[in-house]
Design a protein around this ligand. Sequence first.
Ligand SMILES: Nc1ncnc2c1ncn2[C@@H]1O[C@H](COP(=O)(O)OP(=O)(O)O)[C@@H](O)[C@H]1O
Ligand SMILES: [Mg+2]
Length: 280
Amino acid sequence: MGKVIAIANQKGGVGKTTTTVNVAACIAAMEHRVLLVDIDPQSNATSALGFEKDQPHVSTYDFLIGSSSADSAVRDTALSYLKLIPSDINLVGAEIELVEVDNRETRLREALSMVKNSFEYIFIDCPPSLGLLTVNALVAANTVLVPVQTEYFALEGLGQLLNTISMVKRSYNANLGLEGVLLTMFDSRLRLSNQVVDEVRRYFDERVFKTVIGRNVRLSEAQSFGKPIILYDAGSLGARHYMELAREFLERNKSRETSQKQDQTPKESARVNNRENTTA
Ligand SMILES: Nc1ncnc2c1ncn2[C@@H]1O[C@H](COP(=O)(O)OP(=O)(O)O)[C@@H](O)[C@H]1O
Ligand SMILES: [Mg+2]
């Protein structure tokens, strides 16, 4: 069963989409089966993977509001291990339309349950709000990854996000966990950036990823060319940082991978166990 990770922060421009696209691409490049689900009406993740925003396709809108199934919306990307469920402009009205719909908070969870078995990791790129779309992502998720921009007032507004997470845990998804807080757009030349890093670490402690994403213009260029950074400029600082984050993420999820492998056929799990014995 795939693990679902919502990338959320109601502040815009903190690096949600950049992180979703690039961490998903880096993990896929390491041959893990990854699905990216774009639920932001702005469709930035969709276009960052080379899809035209205005092109008609089955999108997250169709199964949130309509009757399409999630599997009919899954698209191939330039990376064979990375698939996408695109967003489209119709999602702009979805927040209002959803109010009228049955099970409006759990639509995404139900839709994704169909495709969950085909992937190891499913990343959801959330819009910059705490409305029904983000709530759907939190209800569907196992964990939340919170990108925080290293700037003044970095922690401002996080209280609201944590409240929303608590509400979702109480009402719909008791096991929702925090995957981690990720510091983004770090500029080592600024003393302020270092102060923000210290402050966020003091507050969230070991829940902050060790990897800090530096400011790197190649990341925004890659987005405008419709490519993940590893396909646009693999040698860039941005590519190195997101590869490092992907490794840290996988390392943290290792125990889960081991238990998944033990769920596989007896022959295969015996092989895995043997390998573990020899390295132990
Ligand atoms: N590490 C980074 N270095 C430089 N620019 C970045 C970095 N991360 C994101 N950006 C740029 O900042 C803008 C906002 O990032 P984005 O990921 O779209 O944020 P969000 O999805 O939270 O609104 C985009 O133009 C993006 O290309
Ligand atoms: Mg975004």
